[in-house]
Design a binder for this molecule. Structure first.
Ligand code: NAP
Length: 297
């Protein structure tokens, strides 16, 4: 059976950057992705802090990077990785469809949205509840929506949807936002954004199997047509339990982005880090790949 030099798991910005570096070094590898190339950045309506682009939307940036790896001839395959096993001196990356034997692995699976964990949340997904304002915002033209959260994502997407919807309620559990000043300023200036601080959603309300509003911890109710949940993200690392992880699931590495297994590297948002940005993930993708190239050569 074929033995790859490397398998990159995840084609977000970190994984695709690693692919550019491995390809240019002439390595034989495959890039696996279970969703769409670009990962989480596809949910960003407006990126203004990535150098070289004064303003770009996430899907456009994702497509540009994808086009670059396609032009280089990177082998890109669908694959939802379930397990990583050892076999002789190699690793075996197992998806439901296939197994890939490889000398090294770069994990770049990123993060997924954190759920509120309330009744109805899963049931009403697609019936008024969403984790992506940029994907579903147009459904709420001239309607009222609620955004839960107080980070950069919540505020960026509140601003995006405020230009489409009638009213946008931001419900935040703390007394101040955890976001860039520039975004807070913009939110404060938007007349159709109504801000709630120190409030938690305790119940999701529905009417005829559609989302209809939320009940807050002071028992007040906000009626709305849509609910967008932006309460942070959790790392997608459940498929691997043989390397060290933090208690919240982030992968532990050394400064070379090597995990506690010599053959496995990690990059991007699966790492516990100070700054979750496209710029940092791209740097980590490049670093993990260049260290894999070093050990293989
Ligand atoms: P985040 O920064 O972790 O913020 C999550 C927000 O959700 C916090 O305000 C938090 O409240 C709230 N929250 C957490 N759990 C909650 C719960 N159970 N119920 C209600 N509220 C809850 O997440 P993010 O906005 O998704 O951003 C993720 C990372 O990407 C951040 O590092 C962010 O800076 C970065 N990012 C950057 C940009 C940019 O640079 N333009 C854009 C998007 C994201 P508390 O504050 O009370 O904890």
């Amino acid at each position: 059976m074929k033995i790859y030099d490397c398998v990159i798991i995840g084609a977000g910005v970190a994984g695709m950057t690693a692919a550019i570096y491995l390809k240019r070094a002439g390595l034989d590898f495959v890039l696996l992705e279970k969703g769409v190339p670009g990962g989480q950045i596809n949910k960003s309506s407006n990126i203004e802090n990535y150098p070289g682009f004064k303003k770009v939307d996430g899907p456009t940036l994702a497509f540009n990077i994808y086009e670059q790896i396609e032009n280089l001839g990177v082998v890109y395959k669908y694959g939802d990785v379930k397990e990583i096993k050892d076999s002789d001196n190699h690793k075996v990356v197992c998806t439901e469809q296939e197994e890939y034997i490889t000398k090294t692995i770069i994990i770049a699976t990123g993060r997924k949205p954190r759920e509120l964990g309330l009744d109805n949340e899963k049931k009403l997904l697609g019936s008024g509840i969403s984790y992506c304002a940029y994907c579903d915002g147009m459904l709420y033209k001239n309607k009222d929506v609620i955004i839960i959260g107080g980070g950069n994502s919540a505020l960026e997407e509140a601003l995006y949807i405020a230009d489409i919807a009638n009213k946008v309620y931001i419900v935040h559990r703390s007394s101040e936002y955890r976001a860039d000043e520039v975004l807070i300023d913009k939110v404060n200036k938007k007349e159709n954004i109504i801000k709630y601080f120190n409030k938690e959603v305790i119940e999701i309300l529905e009417n005829n199997d559609k989302f209809s509003g939320v009940k807050l911890n002071d028992e007040s109710i906000i009626n709305a047509d849509g609910l967008f949940i932006y309460i942070g993200q959790i790392p997608e690392t459940n498929f691997i339990n043989t390397i060290d992880k933090t208690k919240d699931g982030y992968i532990v590495t050394n400064e070379h982005l090597k995990t506690t297994d010599d053959k496995i590297y990690a990059s991007g948002d699966v790492l516990k880090k100070d700054l979750y940005q496209i710029a940092t993930s791209i740097g980590e993708g490049a670093l993990a790949a260049s260290n894999v190239i070093k050990i293989l050569k």
